[in-house]
Structure formats: C-alpha cells, structure tokens
Design a protein around this ligand. Structure first.
Ligand SMILES: Cc1ncc(COP(=O)(O)O)c(C=O)c1O
Length: 436
C-alpha cells in the first residue's frame, strides 16, 4: 500500500483491468434520505403506472425507473459492449495543477474515450439492449450538441441514424413551434416533444431519453464506481466532486457512488455546474413540470425554469434543458448537492487552460465542470487549504470546433438572464400540481 502511494504521487493515469469493470449499477434511491416525489399523469394528477409508460419504454426500463433495490445487475451483453472502452481512465492533472499554481490535487475521470466520445454510450447500450430484447426495432430521441444522438446510433451498431434538425416540420409539436417562432433556435425540451410524438405514433418505435430519468442516471453509475476504485489506487479520496449538469446524467454517474459515501457519513462537497444562460438548479423553482416543451410527457417534480423556457443558443447544447433529473433536484433540496452557474466566456477560457496543459479539448458541457474545478482550487488556495478535487470530463470537444472558433474570434455572447424572463417562463407551470 505504501509503495502504491509513493508511486501514486507522480503517476498520471490510474487504470483498472477489464476484470474490475463494475458488475452492477448503483441505485441511489435506496439510500436517499427523502424519497423523490411520484411522477404524475397530467390528465388525472395521479401517479403514473407501468401501463402509462409502456407505449414509450420497454418494461425492464420502467422497472428500473421505480426500483428501490440498491444495486441492479448489468446484463452480460451490456458488459461485453462496455468492454470496448471501459474501464475508462482516471487522470491526476499534474500539468493543470502546475499551470494554475494550486496546492490542491486535481483528478479527472475521462469518459471521452468511448466510441461516441462521451459518457452517453453507458446508457445508450443498455437502453438499446432492453428495447431490442422486447422487440422494438426503432428508437427516437433528442440530442443537443450531438453526443447523445451519436451514442444511441452507435448502440444500434449502425451509426446510421436519421437526423432531423429540431424544431422540424415532421411533427405537430415542431410545426406548432415554427408557426409561432419561425427562427426558434430549438432546445432539448422541443426535441424531446418531437421524439416522443414520433415514438407514440409507431408500434415499432420506443422513445429513448439521454438523461433526466432515474434509469438513465442509474446506467451512468459505472463511472463513479470505477472512480472510487481508481482514487484508492491513487491513495486519495476527494474532498470535492464536480460535474456539469444538463439533465444530470454524467454528474449523477460520477457523483452518486460518492454520495453513497457521503450519506454514510463521509465529508464530501458535491458541486453541480450549470450555464448562467440556463440556470435550472440555481435560479429555477422546485415544482411539477412537463419534461418537454409541448407537454407530451408526464409531470415530474424537479427544479425547472418552465417547460416553454427556450435557453439562449449558447455553445453547450447538452446543457440547454429547462429542467433537471428529479433525483438530483431532491438531493439539492436535501443539501447533499450544491450548484453554481457560470458564463460561457469564463467556461471557454477555463477549457483552454485545461486543453493547454492536459492536451484534451473538452466538450463545452464538460468545460463547465473544469471551470468549477478551477474555482474550487482557487478557493482552497485562498483559504490556505490543500484539497483533493475530482471532476468528470464527460466528453471531448471534437463536435464543437465551431464553438471554439467563435470563442477565439470573440463572438461568444455572455447571456445574463433577467428575472423578468424567468418570471415570464414560470407562468407556464401555474395551475400544475404542487410537490409535497
Ligand atoms: C459531453 C456531454 N457532457 C454533458 C452533457 C449533459 O448531459 P447530462 O447532464 O445528462 O450529462 C452532454 C449532453 O449532451 C454531453 O454531450
């Protein structure tokens, strides 16, 4: 152990053997001090049952959505596919630490080594597997910057998805939005409406969500379980765990296994980072709301900016969502997770400090976690403390070269969202059921 620690002080990559791939997903519902609120049918106001969800999802995933088992076995077929890129590496960011002159230790878990370049295949593969087993041959979905869409296409082993820019003329939801807002920049909420409408109208098609739902967050927990083992290899344990939050899946993937430790009594600061242009956790309200813009989904209790809030077209497509995972909302309410919001120029500046020292160009979404990390290191230095900080580098930025170009050209706008716009958007949830 002593030898490992000594070596660990200069080591950069902490790697697990394939035999150490987690065999189970971790379900935080079993350990949460407050149970999440039930999902409600918008027509009746009553909790939805499996039959309500069956047109959209396979039964196995509906079971996982409501499961209270602490652990769920990962099917062998899914493990076989995970082995194409998992376990993913954990890095000690020696060069970043030197670049910013911090006394803290910084580690990051790198999910960009997956075939699609992000954490998204962790759930795409599982969702495709369960859908295929239950006879579905087609999946519809939303995507922001393209990471989730490409991950799902990969899971179907074809990379042959049909891609439709949203809002589109192909669905009623899309046509209605275009009629009111011909120049709509789109959003994840709108794309979800279109994908749900597509799936509901065809027997061969299920809907697949890349984030937000309990089963999606569950599938991502392989990230944090691996990171726990890798931090042990490094002879370290994080004081701070950081992730970016759009719908919440990569954040949950890293943080939930550490929150299990926190709930059991360990002292960890768990930080969710979001864009100031879409500040769901920091400025939204906790309320029942629709998961999509056209009100086709059930009602979920979460932090929300209102289902018709259309975030400014910032260059972090995967973070442009009006709501957030109900599990994360509840953990924020219970004080187990805290959140901060950042402006995009600050985020891109931090992304380039990282790229310049560690070499990896981060996805703009993940760069929010990098910015949070640099802030946390600075705060520790100012307090005269040495902290161990772990963040999730959820994907690489190769889909986002245009965004970096625009940053270098000084063309990225910082959006300061005013209170009036938030108040306007929140009118949309008036009259909906109120969480207990
Ligand atoms: C690389 C990357 N990170 C983060 C996100 C945000 O999603 P989530 O909050 O579900 O991790 C996305 C979404 O598209 C993404 O592509």
């Amino acid at each position: 152990m002593e030898q490992t620690r000594v070596h660990g002080a200069s080591q950069t990559k902490f790697l697990l053997d394939e035999s150490q791939l987690p065999q189970r997903w971790y379900n935080i519902r079993a350990d949460m001090p407050t149970a999440p609120q039930p999902v409600l049918h918008p027509g009746t106001g009553q909790p939805v049952g499996p039959d309500d969800l069956a047109p959209l999802f396979p039964m196995e995933l509906i079971g996982q959505e409501v499961s209270e088992e602490p652990e769920i076995a990962i099917p062998d077929e899914v493990l076989d596919l995970y082995r194409l890129w998992r376990p993913t590496p954990l890095y000690r960011a020696h060069r970043l630490e030197a670049a910013i002159g911090t006394r803290s230790r910084i580690f990051y878990k790198y999910e960009g080594v997956s075939p699609a370049g992000s954490h998204k295949p962790n759930t795409a593969v599982a969702q495709a597997y369960y859908n295929k087993r239950e006879g579905r041959t087609r999946l519809s979905t939303e995507t922001g910057a393209g990471q989730w869409g490409s991950a799902l296409a990969f899971a179907f082993q074809a990379w042959g998805a049909e891609i439709v820019p949203s809002p589109s003329e192909d669905t009623q939801s899309g046509r209605a939005i275009l009629a009111d807002h011909p120049d709509s920049p789109g959003s994840l909420g709108i794309a979800i409406s279109e994908a749900v409408e597509d799936a509901a109208g065809r027997d061969d098609t299920a809907y697949s969500l890349g984030s937000v739902l309990n089963h999606v967050l569950l599938h991502q927990t392989v990230i944090g379980q691996e990171a726990l083992a890798q931090m042990e290899l490094a002879g370290a344990f994080p004081d701070v765990v950081i992730g970016c939050v759009g719908g919440g899946s990569n954040f949950a993937g890293l943080a939930f296994p550490f929150l299990r430790e926190k709930i059991a009594g360990r002292d960890i600061d768990v930080l969710a980072c979001e864009p100031a242009a879409c500040p769901t956790l920091t400025r939204g309200v906790f309320a029942y709301d629709f998961g999509d813009t056209s009100k086709l989904t059930p009602l979920v209790a979460m932090h929300t900016l209102g289902h018709d809030f259309i975030p400014a077209p910032i260059h972090a497509g995967g973070l442009r969502y009006h709501g957030v995972a109900p599990l994360i909302s509840q953990l924020v309410r219970d004080g187990l997770v805290r959140a901060e919001a950042f402006l995009q120029n600050d985020v891109f500046a931090s992304a380039l400090v990282f790229a310049g020292s560690e070499g990896i160009l981060p996805a703009p979404e993940a760069a929010h976690a990098i910015h949070g990390t640099l802030q946390a290191a600075k705060a520790a230095d100012e307090a005269g403390e040495e902290r161990t900080i772990l963040f999730n580098l959820s994907g690489h930025g190769h889909f986002d070269m245009g965004a970096y170009d625009r940053y270098f050209a000084g063309q990225l706008e910082d959006v300061a969202l005013d209170e009036d716009e938030i108040a306007r958007a929140l009118h949309a949830i008036e009259g909906l059921p109120v969480p207990a």
